[in-house]
Design a protein around this ligand. Structure first.
Ligand SMILES: [Ca+2]
Length: 205
């Protein structure tokens, strides 16, 4: 039944073209760049001593390019999800079908790969989701399949961990801009799922 409900949620979103609501968005353009421009959430910089700087970013929607978060480390090549990362923490209460997107690039010797992990238990444990290859020009990334992870739904402490990996030089730099987490209001989706279940239910007579 759980699988059926997940399928129905995906079908409902596909058929209705439902638009997400912003849970948190960071443009890094403001005077307090680590605070979200829209919504609410926390972006934890756990990249190690020295932490991040800000460089020229890329535009997104109504947001000008402004700044992007940038990090050169002594050695991204040895980075791992447990020691060097950016972590996005949001409250997804009453929201389902979460999505995450960002714009990213790197320097020539920077990390070529970003691994995405997520936690549904407030950071007690993390599960690997997928990897993306991050080129040296600004590129938009999203993570298909995230919306069907039921443990993220209606969860007040969702965490996404972006873990840069595989730098070829010790001064390699990774950059992120326009980090957006979205979800869909639970009642609307559940109403569509309920309608789907009624359609699929065996006839009473
Ligand atoms: Ca920006």
């Amino acid at each position: 039944m759980k699988t059926l409900v997940t399928i129905l949620i995906v079908l409902a979103l596909t058929c209705t073209g439902a638009r997400g609501v912003t849970i948190a968005f960071w443009s890094f353009n403001s005077a307090t760049p680590m605070s979200p421009d829209e919504g609410a959430g926390t972006l934890v910089d756990a990249t190690g001593a020295g932490l991040s700087t800000f460089v020229a970013g890329v535009s997104y929607g109504a947001y000008t390019a402004g700044s992007a978060i940038s990090r050169a480390t002594p050695n991204w090549a040895s980075g791992s999800q447990s020691t060097r990362f950016y972590e996005i923490r949001v409250n997804a209460s009453s929201l389902v079908a979460l999505s995450l997107r960002y714009d990213g690039n790197r320097s020539g010797t920077g990390p070529t790969r970003v691994d995405l992990y997520y936690s549904t238990d407030g950071g007690s444990s993390y599960a690997f989701h997928s990897s993306v290859t991050q080129p040296s020009s600004w590129t938009a990334f999203s993570f298909p399949g995230l919306s069907s992870i039921s443990g993220l739904n209606n969860n007040s402490d969702v965490r996404f961990r972006l873990c840069p990996m595989s730098a070829s030089g010790t001064a390699g730099t990774i950059r992120f801009d326009n980090i957006l987490v979205e979800g869909l209001p639970e009642p609307a989706v559940l109403g569509l799922v309920a309608a789907g279940l009624l359609l699929l239910a065996p006839r009473a007579r």
